[in-house]
Design a protein around this ligand. Sequence first.
Ligand code: ADP
Length: 642
Amino acid sequence: MVTLKPSQTFTRILYIEDDSSYSKLVGLYLEEMGISNYEFTHVSTLAQGLDILGNDTTTNVLLLDLNLPDSEGLSTLKTVLNKYPNQNVIVVTGASDKAMGLQAVQAGAQDYLVKGEFDEKLLSKSLMFSIERSQILTRLEEAQRIAKTGNWEYKPEQGYFYASDVAFKILGITTPEADTLIEEVRNTTSPLYIFEEISELARSRKKVRKEKTIHLQNKKQRHLLINCEAALTSAGEYVFSGIIQDITTQKRSEELRKAKDVAEESAKVKEQIFANVSHEMRTPMNAILGMANLLHQTTLTQEQKEYVSIIQQSSQDLLELISDILEVSSIQNKKLFFNEKEFCLRDVLQNLSTVFGPRSKEKNLDFSVVIDPVIEWQIIGDDMRLKQVLYNLIDNAFKFTDEGSIKVEVKAVDVSRDVCKLRFWVKDTGIGIEKNQKMHIFEAFNRILPKERNPKGTGLGLSIVKNIIENQGGVVGVNSIPNRGSDFFFELSFGRGSSIIDNKAATAPIDTNSQEIAFDILIVEDHQMNQLVMQKTIEKNWSKANVLISNTGDDAIELLKTTDVDIILMDIQMPGRDGFETTEYIRNNMRPEIANIPILAMTAWQYGGNKDDYRKFGLDDYILKPFDPQQLFEKITYFLEK
Ligand code: ADP
């Protein structure tokens, strides 16, 4: 017994034969072969056979007698293949027309069997090949369907065109009948004309790749990619073949990606404008605040004093807002810098008491700061950022607490030889936060305020705090009960520095009030208002100070060729030679008495980068604009006495 074991689970075999003895014989052979799961159908006319093929496209093998009551000879096969070009056909011929069997194979049949000559073995072999082919074609179609890719072949000289079912589906049409195919390909209004066009191009270029957008009947757009390769047969006839692919999804995601890139780019530009405008606003704010401070020190009537203090307060508020916006855009632009230096945590906390002490008295709140006694060493990290975070949280606590207390606590939670992880709390007994709002308050511009209360603020503070902490690898959070109070906490790791006792001497305050020092100071600054503010502020503190002014870096270099000064304040952002270039020139090209004097940068960039960055250019230190007069005096005194 010959066993046929096709891998497919179900096999459909159709036999069109008018001689029922043959159909019976084949039926018996099939039973003998032991195919596990198959369906064998027999009909006696071509019309009946075509009916079955039309209703059921899954017939794996068609056994076809060529001489039927309703069709004679090769045209029987052609009728079938015209309608179903991919159908597997095994032709069954009479002994007298064996030759027709060969012709049938040339015309597209898989194989042929001669009546009276084939036995179970031959039938089995032929069927097996046919079934395997049918399965491969099915799998290929499946793969093409998944990949949305079809294949096609065109032989113009022979009037032959073939395309897989998927290719037609991609074009949005049902598979046309084989005898109309060539006409369709040559018809300029048909969707199939695409193949004629690309084949024409391939005649001269051999390989062509083309993208095309078509409109389906439902008006939807579809993007296609068609490949064509030309080959010449030995008879000098062209064979064009290739693939057609539906690339609509790729195209759309490409378009989406482009749109996303454009959106991201414009968001970046917006942020940059935001950052630049905020930065530019700080320079005039410097003048307004400085002038208001100076005005405040002159003899004024009570009314005038009030006006000036309103100007001072409003300028200060505006400055804070600008700083917040600048900070947010730095965060968004990933330009958040952190400095590392050794500092005394106790001093930072001490300072909190000094700053917030008056406010706690004003609001009648108990304000306390508690530090873990274990922390008896300096810590290494960014003290400015730490202050910023603590000030923000404590400021909020004051804003949202009307009675009770505000407590700041620091504990060392993890200490090793070089590193210490500190946990900070800012606890208040204020209005508290609803559970569902807790996550949102850390988002930018989010403020959740009860109707009766609208304290000053932008809703940026906590988002900045979160970013500062997370960008240093820390965590931040809040526990809160409405109407009972909030505990904001954060954890940050710092380096462990030297013991506090060893460093006490280094932190001794500098006496900046000495009116007696006489010195020459050069201010290099292009903004006239700022020149005036700086000059007046210095002259008020040191009556014997001689203030010289240069509008540009070049002017300063000219002046320094002939004039000695003791210290220089150098604006960084100046037109022409900027502060860095001017300093480099002075350090490298001028006489020693000038080349070695202290030069302090003045910069409006908040957190003006790293001190070391300034040192690279030969600057000794920097002062941020708008400047804090006390800090300015301290720095000048320090460098004059050095
Ligand atoms: P702002 O203080 O400018 O409104 P923040 O980002 O600092 O902005 O705070 C966002 C919101 O979080 C506040 O508007 C407030 O609703 C809530 N919030 C912050 N701190 C507290 C606090 N200590 N108690 C109650 N609510 C607070």
